[in-house]
Every structure is written in C-alpha cells, then in structure tokens.
Design a protein around this ligand. Structure first.
Ligand code: NI
Ligand code: MN
Length: 226
C-alpha cells in the first residue's frame, strides 16, 4: 500500500491497483501546494461532512471516474447532485474491488458548510490481502476504538488525528494507538491552522515512549507502507 499525503486529513492510498482518496481539502489549504487536476482517484471516502474534509469533493469527482463511499446522509447529499456513492452507517462494512471497508464510530459532529446534516461522523477500517489500516477521521478518543482489533484484521498502520482543539491531541492519540493495537501511526489534522499547531518533536517522543512510531509526512510525500 502506498500512501500520499495531501495535507490535513487528506490521503491517497493506492492498493490492489485502485486509488482511494480520503477527505479532500486541498485547494483551500494554504499549506498544500497541490494542483487538483493532479489528484487521481477511483473512490472518495469521506469520514464526515465538515468543510475541511469535503471542500474539493465535487471538483475531484468531476475530474475522475469515481464514486463516493461515506455514511448514508453524505452519499445522499451528493446523490442529490447526481454523484454516485455507496452508503454505509456505523458498524457496517461492504466489500469493493480494492477490499473491505468498515465504517466505525467517531465522537465529533458532521454538518456541511451549507448547514445540511451530515449524519454521524465516522472513521474507516480498510483491509485486503495487502494489509489493513484505519483512518480515524475527526474524533475524540473513544472506548469503541478497542472494538477495532476485536472485529478487524491486525492493523499495519493507522492515520490518527493528533492536532487537539477539534479532535484528539497527542496524549489521546497515543492511547488510541494502544486501544487499536497499532504501532505505526501517521498523524493528521495538525498544523493546518493556528488552533491545531503541534510540537513535532514532542509528539514523536510521546509515541516512542509507548513503543509506537509517529510519522509526520510532508504534504506531497508518498510512502510505501507494506
Ligand atoms: Ni470535523
Ligand atoms: Mn476537521
């Protein structure tokens, strides 16, 4: 699995010959110098409706032959705009041509920029023969994370929000890594705006003190994770 970081919570994961894009927020992100027309994908996975996760959905959808995977309310919102999608809800999973996707709980909120209700926010666990990973979306630490290793294959890596203020901060994310039984963590949802700036060295130290590795990718970095 190859992971490319497009900033904030936006990642492209390439697996089984497919390109899976999470939470596109690229053009409004002052830290991301990425041309939207360079972003190619087969699927757009949306953890929740907030603008800092969905701003570029329509532009990227229009540039690609792709479909959206998210909760029922979010896929309905885009369905009303003639955009294809597969609806999930909490605890549900479905299998696609790149693997199995399970939508898992997040403690957060979820509304579109125009005020439309975006359903309950979630995260995704995705697995296939190449491996298994988790994208937490925006969430507090939740005891429900302990269910992930009980219900899913062993995680090879996890993308966890670490920026605090709107989501887990470092100390919660370290506990999340323990709850999900995963040693290789990629941070997200930090440094994009003032509220969520983090101390990189302190963050890495907090993870390594518990035997975990924290990767803080630069925007545009592509990493082979298997
Ligand atoms: Ni959010
Ligand atoms: Mn967010």
């Amino acid at each position: 699995m190859q992971v490319t970081y497009y900033g904030h919570a936006c990642f492209l994961v390439e697996t089984q010959g497919k390109k899976i894009l999470f939470d596109p927020f690229i053009s409004p992100n002052p830290k991301a110098d990425i041309d939207l027309s360079d972003v190619k994908c087969d699927y757009i996975l949306l953890t929740h409706a907030h603008q800092d996760h969905t701003a570029d959905v329509e532009a990227i959808y229009n540039n690609n032959d792709c479909q959206i995977i998210s909760n029922f309310e979010i896929t309905s919102y885009y369905g009303n705009r003639d955009m294809k999608g597969h609806p999930l809800n909490q605890g549900g999973k479905a299998t696609f041509d790149f693997g199995t996707v399970k939508y898992v709980p997040a403690i957060h909120s979820s509304s579109f920029a125009d005020g439309t209700y975006g359903g309950n926010p979630g995260g995704f666990v995705i697995w296939n023969e190449e491996g298994c990973f988790y994208h937490s979306g925006d969430t507090s630490l939740t005891m429900d994370m302990k269910l992930i290793p009980m219900l899913c294959p062993k995680l090879d890596f996890a993308i966890l929000c670490i920026g605090d203020n709107f989501t887990m901060g470092i100390e919660e994310a370290v506990l999340a890594a323990e709850f999900i039984e995963c040693d290789r963590i990629i941070g997200c949802h930090y440094d994009t705006f003032g509220y969520i700036e983090i101390d990189h060295a302190a963050a890495k130290k907090a993870f390594s003190a518990r035997g975990k590795q924290l990767h803080l990718l630069s925007i545009g970095d592509r990493k082979d994770l298997k």
